[in-house]
Ligand binder design. Structure first.
Ligand SMILES: [Zn+2]
Length: 64
């Protein structure tokens, strides 16, 4: 399991969330659209980062 992890949230000009860039194992592993159920797997440690949108908030879940 990588220690260095980061989520970067990108907004458009209307302050709407567009996408989330995921860093895992000190590497940028990719960008996901801001859509419920979108996920990205880290090629280094195999962790799956999943985006879950709810009423007025969202979660980023890590599954090893
Ligand atoms: Zn990783």
């Amino acid at each position: 399991m990588g220690k260095e992890m980061d989520y970067r949230v990108n907004f458009n000009e209307n302050n709407k969330i567009l996408s989330v860039e995921i860093t895992c194992c000190q590497k940028r592993i990719g960008e996901i659209r801001f859509k419920n159920g979108e996920s990205k797997k880290c090629p280094e440690c195999g962790a799956v980062h999943t985006l879950r949108i709810q009423h007025n908030h969202f979660h980023l879940t890590l599954n090893k």
